[in-house]
Design a protein around this ligand. Structure first.
Ligand SMILES: O=c1ccn([C@H]2C[C@H](O)[C@@H](CO)O2)c(=O)[nH]1
Ligand SMILES: [Zn+2]
Length: 157
């Protein structure tokens, strides 16, 4: 079920994740590094890893539009490329004042690779709506549909 808040740390988070949302939001402010000359929509993301580290990201757009990368995937790629595959939660923020910002379909699929984690969709005033990845992307495609033996094989290319 979706959880909304006016900015305080939600009890759900404190219980399940021992997670300081304010700190996470601070990291989300990395939307100031956003490179978005085409959409002019600054987006930031922050994710929490199992061992308590936070990685931030922003959207990085390209003149060849479809090469642009969303903030969430920037953050995920940073974390994974530094050896952090166990993700606990992810947040996404933007300049939008009147609405929370939801991850696009591509990002939902990429987040899905790392489990059914909570996704915090925030507004500039610090309020947020939290939904789990399963709620955002029900009946989703994942590694369990692939041939496991092949996936586990150390010899695969
Ligand atoms: O959750 C979202 C939604 C949109 N964007 C970016 C992609 C693009 O740069 C801009 C406009 O779609 O917003 C993100 O980074 N994350
Ligand atoms: Zn996206």
């Amino acid at each position: 079920m979706a959880v909304s808040s006016s900015g305080a740390v939600h009890p759900f988070l404190r219980r399940r994740f021992n997670f300081n949302l304010k700190h996470q939001f601070k990291m989300c402010l990395h939307l100031k590094f956003s490179s978005c000359p085409y959409s002019e929509l600054r987006v930031g993301s922050a994710l929490l890893t199992e061992d308590g580290q936070i990685f931030s990201g922003c959207n990085v757009e390209n003149a060849c539009f479809y090469l642009s990368l969303c903030a969430e995937r920037t953050a995920i790629n940073k974390a994974v490329s530094e050896g952090h595959r166990k993700l606990k939660a992810i947040a996404v923020s933007s300049d939008l004042e009147d609405r929370v910002i939801p991850p696009c379909g591509a990002c939902r699929q990429v987040i899905r690779e790392f489990g059914d984690i909570p996704v915090f969709m925030t507004k500039v005033d610090g309020s947020y709506t939290m939904m789990t990845l399963e709620e955002l992307l029900p009946l989703s495609w994942g590694a369990e549909y692939l041939r496991k033996q092949e996936m586990d094989s150390p010899k695969r290319n």
